[in-house]
Design a protein. Structure first.
Ligand SMILES: NC(=O)c1ccc[n+]([C@@H]2O[C@H](COP(=O)([O-])OP(=O)(O)OC[C@H]3O[C@@H](n4cnc5c(N)ncnc54)[C@H](O)[C@@H]3O)[C@@H](O)[C@H]2O)c1
Length: 400
């Protein structure tokens, strides 16, 4: 099949398996070029491991610390007429490259919110690894099927209390627009907490702990975002922010549980990056185009792989074995570079000046668009997009 990008709204409905493999290889090579992560984990479970921040977590564990990894994700395979999702191809590539390099890498494709996927994960750990010493929770989902009732709950990305009006970019027309978002009603706030809050992370840790598959000293992290004044109305002070506050609550409960066996749990607050999840959030694409411009100019830019590698090597598994640095909520603040005063004041200045005419000059909008396409395996120099590509490459995922 000849595969080209097809963009609909804020997603690309096609993905390129060869391009996705090239992306994974690039991330693996980045990791291999760095000194190994001393004291790193050896058996790792990554929940939400097929893209965004989850995949580099798996790569840092494997190629940085030499860990055996089990990945969980929810992705669609390709068929003769349709391509699979980018996450599917990323995971195919990771399993292949990790296995070829001699590492244990198994993947479970199914709904992480379900009891069945949790049980399959436990069975696989028991059969192959015995226990795990790190659990990474990196799910981003607009919907959660509740395991007990089967009810489908949807999250929303809305402000709370009052309508929100802001400058944004229409990424299909490459135009600066104004977006107006009505505030959430109470049910929408509750539902967003149900989908993206900490309950499922807690259910995972409880299930894994009850099954005896968490090693003594096991750590767990879940990823969060706080951001800045520019994005607060739609993010930290909005429905998704309430869900992330609930993640902080869950982190404290999980930390208390894991401390009993010498372990720990943290929320890691990460920087804004181009992922499928962030491109769905109003205002984020423009903010990212601006902050990338500023951080690239200041030599502070990191992509997902660089950022997660710094988290693993300089915080979670420090060379001297010291505990990670945390804020007063016990969170690991990897967003420290992005939140520097000089970065944020430069962002605010650009935010107030941006127009359709100067979008490409004063922001890194071209970089944003390139990275967006790259998420789906497109726009890479060394991939022949006119060549036939197999939309269903061989894989051995455990399907649940
Ligand atoms: N993108 C950012 O700028 C950013 C910044 C800070 C924190 N984060 C956080 O990082 C985490 C991951 O987000 P991302 O941006 O990497 O998202 P992403 O869309 O790139 O990846 C989401 C992952 O979740 C998996 N997933 C979704 N629903 C699932 C389900 N029902 N069962 C199993 N797997 C499922 C997907 O398969 C994929 O592996 C989120 O908690 C997000 O808030 C993101």
């Amino acid at each position: 099949m000849i595969i080209k990008p097809k963009i609909r709204g804020f997603i690309c409905t096609t993905a390129h398996p060869v391009g996705c493999e090239a992306n994974i290889l690039e991330q693996i090579n980045y990791t291999k070029e760095h000194p190994p992560i001393e004291n790193g984990p050896k058996r790792v479970l990554v929940i939400g491991s097929s893209s965004g921040y989850g995949m580099p977590s798996r790569i840092a564990a494997t190629f940085g610390a030499g860990a055996a990894t089990l990945g969980v994700f929810f992705e669609k395979p390709g068929s003769d007429t349709k391509t699979g999702t980018a996450g599917f191809y990323n995971a195919v590539a990771f399993d292949k490259l990790a296995t070829e390099a001699g590492f244990y890498a198994k993947s479970i494709n199914g709904d992480a919110f379900s009891n069945e996927v949790k049980q399959q994960t436990i069975d696989t750990i028991k059969a192959d690894l015995g226990q795990v010493d790190l659990v990474v929770y990196s799910i981003a989902s607009p919907v959660r099927k509740l395991p007990e009732t089967g009810e489908l709950v949807r999250s929303t990305l809305k402000p709370i209390g009052k309508p929100y009006s802001a400058t944004a970019v229409d990424t299909n027309k490459d135009e600066i627009i104004s977006v107006d978002v009505e505030p959430a009603v109470d049910q929408e706030i509750q539902d967003t907490i149900t989908v993206m809050g900490g309950q499922d992370w807690e259910l995972w840790i409880k299930a894994l702990n009850d099954a005896g598959v968490l090693a003594d000293g096991c750590k767990s992290i879940a990823y969060s975002y706080i951001g800045t004044e520019i994005t607060w109305p739609i993010y930290w002070h909005g429905t998704i922010g309430k869900a992330k506050e609930d993640l902080d609550r869950a982190a404290a409960a999980i930390d208390a549980l894991l401390k009993g066996t010498g372990g720990e749990a943290h929320v890691a607050v990460l920087k804004s990056v181009v992922t499928q999840a962030s491109s769905a959030i109003p205002v984020m694409p423009l903010y990212i185009a601006i902050v990338y411009k500023v951080m690239k100019e200041k030599g502070l830019h990191e992509g997902t792989m660089e950022h997660v590698f710094r988290l693993f090597s300089q915080q979670l598994y420090k060379a001297d074995g010291a505990l990670c640095d945390t804020d007063d909520m016990n969170r690991i603040r990897m967003d420290d570079w992005e939140l520097q005063e000089e970065v944020q004041s430069a962002c605010k200045a650009l935010w107030n000046q941006v127009t359709t005419q100067n979008l490409r000059d004063i922001t890194d909008y071209d970089g944003y668009k390139e990275e967006f396409l790259k998420l789906f395996g497109f726009g890479l120099d060394d991939v022949d997009y006119d060549a036939d590509a197999n939309p269903n490459p061989p894989q051995q995922f455990i399907e649940v």
